[in-house]
Design a protein around this ligand. Structure first.
Ligand code: ZN
Length: 162
């Protein structure tokens, strides 16, 4: 990375962080010759990840779409946008680190639910009910009961400060 000040060819990275959508890495660099500091934005190469839907169709993994689904589930819940972004990051990393170029929408849903269950139970229930399309409410209540027993807490507890 050439220094914009003196043209020297080597610089050291002093700070490195992904931008909000995770596709671009912002780097603060310092020229090793003159000490000039500058910022670069470097695109992360991502290999396409295809999602196999329930009907067998493929579509490209869409982070925004996944994010929207979770935001909707977490509406009016004490879940911050940061927590949701982190969750989506974890899910996406998990999908990409599997090394597969295709994943099923089922896998994605399961990963989200696992993670969401420990974040907010109401959001989890909403997501699960949309995602699994519970046809039979008794199945839904059974899952809910199991989850409550597992976590040992009351999902209607709204003690988060407001
Ligand atoms: Zn320089």
């Amino acid at each position: 990375m050439q220094c914009p000040h003196c043209g020297h060819n080597s610089s050291k990275v002093i700070d490195s962080r992904p931008t909000d959508d995770g596709r671009v890495i912002r780097r603060r660099r310092e020229c090793e010759n003159c000490g000039f500091r500058f910022t670069t934005f470097e695109r992360v190469e991502v290999t396409p990840l295809l999602v196999i839907k329930k009907n067998g169709n493929r579509e490209e993994f869409n982070r925004e779409k996944l994010m929207k689904g979770i935001v909707r589930s977490a509406e009016k819940r004490p879940v911050s946008m940061n927590a949701i972004t982190d969750l989506v990051d974890r899910v996406e990393n998990r999908l990409r680190s599997s090394g597969e170029s295709e994943v099923t929408s089922n896998e994605i849903g399961e990963y989200v639910m696992e993670d969401l269950a420990s974040l907010d139970q109401i959001a989890y229930i909403r997501f699960a009910s949309v995602y699994r399309q519970f046809k039979d409410m008794s199945v839904f209540y059974k899952e809910l009961k199991e989850m409550m027993e597992k976590s040992g807490s009351n999902p209607t507890d709204n003690s988060g400060d407001k």
